[in-house]
Design a binder for this molecule. Structure first.
Ligand code: PGA
Length: 245
């Protein structure tokens, strides 16, 4: 399987920041893994044009479950695809928390993405309180049960402990290994033949300084990177670590 380095720019970035992308692709003409950035929706088209002929693939951070309709302010998967996106993140914990997205909504979004030919990156992960209560594996299994549609070609799963996102904290490699193995088992229960082809990303405070250690963990097939994806030098170092893992 081709491992995946995915950057999530969140609500950061304007046209001026596309220069970072030029720097990144120039430094990694043949990155040795799949290279993805999910910028804000306003930049998808321009970034995709800029990435044409390079190793960079562009994605989105969210989509609406419907193909079109009276949904003011929303963007559908088909619109994102037309703009140049090839992936879409769904169920990020910031959307689950800030927008009250349930597992059922996340599943509908992932299904919509897959229907339109976009690969859904479905995010799961426990809060600190859930981890401290010993519920991590139950929480993650529940999110997988509720958020992953029956048919999701191109599916990617991202394990992102909520308490590790943007905090500088990361689980131990043993904790990452435990959850990634559980996700692989869950995928095997769903479709034994396809489980090994689904990439399982780790996300939450991945930095140049910890990337190699995280990528050495079994069943870690790449990373979903927030803050460190904004600067070409930092994201480039993470890409290099993944290629070397
Ligand atoms: P972070 O964010 O790398 O800034 O912790 C990760 C994410 O939210 O996807």
């Amino acid at each position: 399987m081709r491992r995946l380095a995915a950057g999530n720019w969140k609500m950061h970035g304007t046209g001026a920041d596309l220069a970072e992308v030029d720097t990144l692709v120039a430094a990694h003409p043949d990155p040795g893994c799949e290279l993805l950035i999910c910028p804000p929706a306003t930049l998808i088209h321009r970034m995709a044009e800029r990435a044409r002929g390079t190793a960079l693939v562009v994605g989105a951070q969210d989509c609406h479950p419907a193909h079109s309709g009276a949904h003011t302010g929303e963007v559908s998967a088909s619109m994102l695809k037309e703009a140049g996106a090839r992936y879409v993140i769904v169920g990020h914990s910031e959307r689950r928390a800030d927008h009250g997205e349930s597992d059922a909504i996340v599943r509908d979004k992932a299904a919509a993405a897959a229907r339109e030919g976009l690969a859904p990156i479905v995010c799961v992960g426990e809060t600190l309180a859930q981890r401290e209560a010993g519920k991590t594996l139950d929480v993650v299994a529940g999110q997988l049960d509720g958020s992953i549609p029956d048919a999701a070609p191109g599916l990617v799963v991202a394990y992102e402990p909520v308490w590790a996102i943007g905090s500088g904290l990361t689980p131990t490699t043993a904790q990452i290994a435990e959850v990634h193995a559980a996700i692989r088992d869950w995928l095997g229960g769903r479709d034994a033949g396809a489980a090994d082809a689904v990439r399982i990303l780790y996300g939450g405070s991945v930095k140049p300084g910890n990337a190699a250690e995280i990528f050495a963990v079994e069943n870690v097939d790449g990373a979903l990177v927030g803050g460190a994806s904004l600067k070409a030098a930092d994201f480039g170092a993470i890409v290099s670590a993944l290629a070397a893992a």
